[in-house]
Design a protein around this ligand. Structure first.
Ligand SMILES: Nc1ncnc2c1ncn2[C@@H]1O[C@H](COP(=O)(O)OP(=O)(O)O)[C@@H](O)[C@H]1O
Ligand SMILES: [Mg+2]
Length: 244
């Protein structure tokens, strides 16, 4: 069997007297979309913030590829290839798509930016991820929310990203943008990346995920293959009606 690329093991995190995580463990594999579900306060965001280095766990280990960490910083997480795709994306709105994709990573020769090559590379990269942006010379500020998220993800891929985490990626998005983002999420997994998505939207979870991880009261109470379960069953686990 394939080894998990991400193994977060036995994580604990308290905020004062709130036990946000109480021995949570989660595995994520290359080429899959893992959905993390759970009621408000279950510990979902805390878990992914630890994996992406935003928070330090009180206890536990995070394995990424062949490396083991007892805690991460955002810089260490990014170096290990883990990125969270936030909705308020750090894109330069007045800069064109190509410049955004190569920000801090520009191709240059003898101090001159290789504009033509960067444009061609940008188009190739977007095409490989099936992100449709007709004109990469447009400023990013002119794009739709879905396209902007596409640019942000493509930039992370360009920076060596391997693991993509989305926390409620389509909250407050319209239907077309939602579909574009879901297509992108699926595409990333199909390209072999590790994709973790937190979502409250059950039809969406069942539409895009390969596996589902159910959290309750700071623990992962169940990991299931999506094809082996149903929305009713997952909802009953989230609420505790399943008796787990
Ligand atoms: N920075 C914080 N300070 C205090 N309590 C927090 C903080 N972050 C999260 N919590 C608490 O930890 C618990 C888990 O929160 P969170 O991980 O955000 O859950 P979820 O994302 O599943 O809704 C909640 O009870 C929440 O109120
Ligand atoms: Mg949350």
């Amino acid at each position: 069997m394939q080894e998990a690329y991400i193994r977060a093991e036995n994580l604990y995190k308290d905020f004062g007297h709130v036990q946000a995580l109480r021995g949570a463990s989660v595995f994520a594999y290359e080429g899959e979309v893992l959905a993390i579900v759970g009621d408000n306060g279950a510990g979902k965001s805390t878990l992914i913030k630890i994996i992406s280095g935003v928070l330090t766990p009180d206890r536990g280990e995070i394995h990424i590829g062949n490396e083991v960490f007892s805690s991460l910083s955002t810089r260490k997480a990014i170096e290990a290839g883990v990125s969270t795709v936030y909705q308020d994306l750090a894109l330069g709105n007045t800069m064109d798509v190509t410049s955004n994709l190569f920000l801090g990573n520009e191709l240059s020769r003898f101090g001159f930016l290789r504009k033509k090559e960067m444009k061609a590379e940008a188009e190739k990269l977007l095409e490989s991820l099936d992100i449709r942006i007709p004109d990469v010379t447009q400023p990013v500020g002119n794009l739709s929310g879905g396209q902007r998220q596409g640019v942000a993800v493509a930039r992370l891929v360009n920076q060596g990203g391997k693991v993509f985490i989305f926390d409620e990626p389509t909250a407050a998005m319209g239907i077309n943008e939602t579909n574009a983002v879901l297509t992108l999420i699926r595409r990333l997994a199909d390209e072999g990346y590790v994709v973790i998505v937190i979502s409250h939207n059950m039809p969406q979870v069942f539409n895009i995920s390969d596996r589902i991880c159910v959290m309750r009261h700071g623990q992962v109470i169940k990991e299931l293959r999506t094809e082996d379960t149903s929305m009713d069953e997952v909802v009953s686990m989230i609420t505790g009606a399943a008796g787990i």
